[in-house]
Design a protein around this ligand. Structure first.
Ligand SMILES: Nc1ncnc2c1ncn2[C@@H]1O[C@H](COP(=O)(O)OP(=O)(O)OP(=O)(O)O)[C@@H](O)[C@H]1O
Length: 318
């Protein structure tokens, strides 16, 4: 999409975005940043005030939703309650006047892809939340859409189910060649699902890149914090360490405990397979995480900051 604009009272979305063919792009942003609005514009459920939405050489902008060739998956599933799983998946194919033999073979293929074959004859009410979401996915993929749009697809599920379905969704997106745009406010979800991630803030694209590229090289303080970095030094803090007086990111790889300068454990967070430590170091509070080094709260240790790993950050996105 090219310089697409849409405004509501007190909100303006203005974005240019490209989803590489056959890949998954995650739109990541806090609540109210315009993620759903952007997705609805691509789906044709909203009309832009300016700009164009294209797929290859096709201009989708003037087309109604049903002629855009997009598949939609929302967090509330929106399945037909009176239809079986099989018929839910077949629905779009019947609408598209596929013949019965093709419908049967495509629905079987989708049931296998989403591991739903044993549930084909059930109605949605007899399924778990995760199974329902897989039906929604199978139904959206069945008509071979050119673009799959997913809006917080795991949003309605509890934490454990969310993790399970996340890996399954990742696997399904990788096994199909569909181009997908997924909206999420969860950084881990975006990183696991997508080939590329675009960060949205207040209706503007802040930064795009591969998950690794974004995480290791956020361009400003807000993006670094939003992506989950805990060690973002302010300009005066940077100066106190002898760095140029601009904010700096201290990525996880830059901290080593056990050697270097004196530090003290302020707080120890036990997560099971790893431990988080808030450390006091030269008047700063720094967070370290890794396998349990056996340090207790209040205990002294040593800490090295590998300055070559630090990254200067812009104060704030323009
Ligand atoms: N139909 C509408 N009428 C008026 N304002 C709207 C409408 N839809 C969205 N907005 C406003 O546009 C802004 C962006 O909303 P949007 O739902 O796109 O954000 P989001 O990033 O998807 O948020 P969330 O993660 O909470 O769903 C919000 O301030 C919202 O109140």
């Amino acid at each position: 999409m090219e310089d697409v604009r849409k405004s509501y009272p007190g909100f303006v979305l203005r974005a240019t975005l490209e989803v590489p063919l056959g890949q998954t792009l995650a739109l990541l942003g806090p609540s109210g940043s315009g993620k759903s609005t952007l997705l609805r514009l691509v789906a044709g459920l909203e009309t832009p005030e300016a700009g164009r939405i294209t797929f290859g050489d096709t201009d989708l902008t003037p087309l109604p939703p049903e002629r855009r060739g997009v598949g939609l998956v929302f967090q509330d599933y929106a399945l037909f309650p009176h239809l079986t799983v099989y018929e839910n998946i077949a629905f779009g194919l019947r609408e598209g006047r596929w013949n019965e033999a093709r419908i049967e073979s495509r629905v079987r293929e989708m049931l296998e892809l989403t591991h739903l074959s044993p549930h084909a004859r059930k109605r949605p009410e007899a399924l778990s939340g995760g199974e329902r979401q897989r039906v929604a996915l199978a139904r959206a993929l069945a008509p071979e859409p050119r673009l799959l749009l997913l809006d917080e697809p795991l949003g309605a599920l509890d934490l454990r189910l969310r993790e399970e379905l996340l890996l399954e969704l990742r696997d399904i997106l990788r096994r199909t060649t569909v181009t997908a745009l997924v909206v999420t406010h969860d950084q881990a979800e975006a990183f696991l699902l997508a080939d590329r991630v675009t960060v949205l803030r207040a209706g503007r694209v802040v930064q795009s890149g591969s998950p690794e590229g974004l995480y290791l090289r956020p361009q400003d303080v807000w993006t670094a914090r939003f992506l989950g970095h805990r060690n973002v030094l302010s300009a005066p803090e940077s100066r106190s360490l002898g760095l140029p007086e601009v904010p700096h990111l201290v990525p996880p790889a830059a901290l080593e405990i056990g050697e270097g300068h004196p530090a003290r454990v302020l707080e120890r967070l036990f997560y099971g397979s790893r431990v988080g430590l808030w450390l006091e170091y030269r008047g700063l509070r720094l967070y370290w995480e890794g396998p349990d080094p056996g340090l207790k709260e209040g205990q002294a240790t040593d800490l090295t900051i590998r300055f070559e790993h630090l990254l200067a950050l812009n104060e704030e996105a323009a």
